[in-house]
Write a protein that binds this ligand. Structure first.
Ligand code: ZN
Ligand code: ZN
Length: 442
């Protein structure tokens, strides 16, 4: 069989049929090397055509430098040399610049020449061409960037909540028959409350709405407080998906439509109110209350808003601290106990021990009892890994129509975990849904 050595980057000895033919004479480079160089040339020509003075304004400093070099020299090789980068790296910077500009509505090669305002990205463009192939009309649809949406939401909530900033009424600590124990921490993990969810009994077996959600949540915490040993500290943990929907479009953060009860503003109001009632109830029997608001996949924005509102409300109440970190992991250290909290939608349980050891290396070394508290899956589970347990919790909410139809049938309850500063977990209490069930649930 006839073979030939390729003079392209692969340098392999290949059969003649692997080489493109030019008038029955095989070319020096094999088909793969020949095709690669042609497609690189096509990309280069496209970039030379599409980079202009306007597109430069969309770039980061390095992208701008690359684009200006290309405009000055007119060729990718020369531009790469002038900014002391390899052609491949220059090509990557310019392609990224082109992508960012197109997202903002500027791509002259595609007849998109109307950039979107700052804070908006282009959702779609429809162009009507006339018989000569010129643009006769164009519709540009824009949408708010996620980051901008969160900022707008936070500033709106900041303005709204300024009226009641630091307005928390002082709550009297109720008398206790025995001294409150400084070595005990009462932990109240609230599994996925899904406030605002609507469920209809004929369809799902259970009625559920905003009123029932508030009643059940407060009732569960209240009953657990009655069972709790006298302790100086309480830790209230919202495990995420506190709100069922993340915006008045009645969708989760990712845009999945969900069954919602009531108007968005009403749901926020009830959500903040029930958290205040829970915190105030804890203040009656604990000297200090710490609150963690985990970020769920249903309420990535609203969970942050909830934390910010509560922090403002209790700003001048020294007995309450609210963790307002927008991170996906939250931490609490109590003596020899280390608690990690995450919703559970972004990391697999088996990776959580490593996250804790890495992010809290000092605390890991100084503690003996380490636990992750997670939500998201709506059922009980505990998995023990070397040095740490990962626990998921049930929710008080029933399944919505989608969960019901998908066959999810988990039990519903809320738990209190009692930790000792030296001995770790020493008690646990459970309040099942049938003990507290709202009269309206049916
Ligand atoms: Zn959930
Ligand atoms: Zn979730």
């Amino acid at each position: 069989m006839d073979v030939k050595k390729c003079k392209g980057p692969c340098g392999q000895t290949l059969p003649i049929k692997a080489f493109p033919m030019d008038r029955d004479i095989p070319r020096p480079r094999c088909k793969a090397c020949f095709g690669a160089s042609r497609s690189v040339k096509r990309v280069d020509q496209h970039l030379v055509d599409s980079i202009d003075e306007t597109i430069v304004n969309f770039g980061t400093p390095i992208q701008r430098a690359c684009a200006e070099a290309l405009l000055a020299t007119g060729s990718l090789e020369a531009a790469a040399e002038s900014v002391q980068l390899t052609p491949a790296v220059l090509r990557a910077h310019l392609t990224e610049l082109e992508r960012v500009a197109a997202k903002r509505g500027y791509a002259p090669g595609g007849d998109m020449i109307k950039p979107s305002p700052v804070g908006f990205s282009v959702k779609g463009v429809s162009t009507l061409y006339n018989a000569k192939g010129h643009v006769s009309q164009q519709w540009v649809k824009t949408r708010r960037d996620d980051e901008e949406r969160l900022q707008a939401l936070l500033s709106a909530v900041g303005a709204l909540s300024s009226d009641w900033q630091s307005k928390a009424d002082p709550i009297d600590l109720l008398p206790s028959a025995v001294e409150r124990d400084n070595d005990i921490l009462n932990v109240f993990p609230m599994g996925d409350p899904h406030l605002g969810m609507m469920s209809w009994a004929p369809e799902t077996g259970h009625n559920f709405d905003l009123k029932i959600a508030e009643y059940n949540l407060f009732e569960a915490v209240s009953r657990l407080i009655n069972l709790a040993p006298p302790a100086r500290r309480a830790l209230v943990v919202n495990l995420g998906d506190f709100f069922h929907a993340d915006s008045k479009a009645n969708t989760t953060t990712a845009g999945t439509p969900v069954d919602v009860d009531g108007r968005w503003a009403k749901i926020i109001n009830v959500g903040i109110r029930v958290m205040r009632r829970i915190i105030d109830r804890c203040l009656e029997t604990h000297d200090e209350v710490h609150v963690i608001c985990e970020i769920g996949n249903h309420d990535s924005h609203m969970s942050i808003v909830l934390g910010v509102c509560l922090a403002q409300f209790y700003e001048r109440e020294p007995r309450v601290t609210i963790d307002t970190s927008p991170a996906k992991f939250h931490w609490y250290r109590f003596g020899a106990n280390l608690i990690g909290v995450t919703h559970g939608d972004t990391v697999k349980a088996r990776d959580l021990p490593g996250v804790m050891a890495c992010d809290r290396a000092t605390d890991w070394g100084e503690t003996l009892y380490r636990m992750w508290l997670c939500g998201h899956v709506h059922h009980d589970s505990v998995k023990e890994y070397p040095g740490v347990t990962v626990e998921t919790f049930r929710t008080l909410a029933p399944g919505d129509a989608w969960h019901n139809a998908s066959g999810y049938r988990s039990g519903r309850d809320m738990k209190l975990i009692v930790l000792h500063r030296v001995w770790g977990e020493i008690q646990r209490h459970t309040v099942g849904i049938n003990r507290i069930c709202s009269p309206n649930e049916g």
